[in-house]
Design a protein around this ligand. Sequence first.
Ligand SMILES: [Zn+2]
Length: 412
Amino acid sequence: MQGGHAPRRGLALEEIGLIEDAAVLCGGGRIITAGPQRSILGGPKLRDLLRKNRRKVREIDCQGGVVIPGLIDSHTHPVFAGPRLVDFEKRITGATYEEIAAAGGGIRSSVAGVRKATRKQLSDHVLHAFNAMLSQGTTTIEAKSGYGLTLEDEIKSLRAIGDAARHWPGTVVPTLLAAHVVPQEFTGKEDQYVDLVCRKIIPQAESDKLATFVDVFCERGAFTLEQSERIFAAAQKAGLGVRAHVCQFTPSNLHTLLSFHPASLDHMDCVAQHDLTLLASQDTVVTLLPGANYFLGHSGFADARRLIDSGVAVSLATDYNPGTSPTPSMAFVISLACTHLRMSPREAIAASTINAACALRLQERKGSIEPGKDADLALFDVKDYREIGYWFAWNRCSQVIVGGMEKGGLCG
Ligand SMILES: [Zn+2]
């Protein structure tokens, strides 16, 4: 699958460059060449090279299966201590957010868990999640902090991500999400918490080289547009990239946020019509997270068709987190995109690979099977690429190649 270095928009999101009977030649962790087996393996130069290096070459027969670029999960919250079963059970009975919090659930229970946990306990948990993602074909993960909400606990969370990343073969992009929710101790003095984020937490995350991006939850009940802009400005001053959770429950005016050129705006369930043209003219990717709508039992989903047909660059991610989307499976998200966002299987795969790479600004290295890019591949035990989203809640990923090495999957 070829993708180039720009996000796919409109009709181009359908073009996944499908090749039948294909071969991929990797070396030094990169893709050397890819294309029809006959032309790749039949050329005299390559035949000669393979003959000379016969002992060093490892051939993997995909047995008629499907090979796609390693999936890219560009939005996850893996630093938490345990599942939120109170939320899960209470929500079934129709309990409100306040009732769930009163029963000991909600985001504050995750915050209490992270504050109590050691860095080692958190990194073990993060690594467990990363490995679950890898076994389902994900080779690049964006991972956020966001359940610590103090200087010490946000830095501990980012260090836990870094520790897990060092023991994991794929690529991890760490994001500081200290502005996830205002912690209880700052109730009524929200701006003081924003000061702490801007003046202490962001500068320390940057000086300790713990984060690539800064994220903010811009939503009623979380952070206002004005507070989000302050956080973006502080991130830019520190030289970090920006991204935001926005328009999940209520629409927001995106004009000012977009002036900071965020890599991605995520959720975007309710985007105002006047922001579509602006979004279509920028490289900011819109990352849709249908796993959260599914798990919350919502009947409404983001209007992916309107976004794609307006020329907005759309990607997909799991939003892996304990409260609203505890799934490590990008294949399940692809399935949801096909069944609930009315995206075609081709669009959903491009949105989970090349456009997801763009959402992390990694499109030079990731997201497509092209010479020079990292040799990250996911092999699926299916005969047709459409089966990846068809067999929902069934892991059909049989092998994962990371940097040219076999690393995971059911048989890896
Ligand atoms: Zn999220």
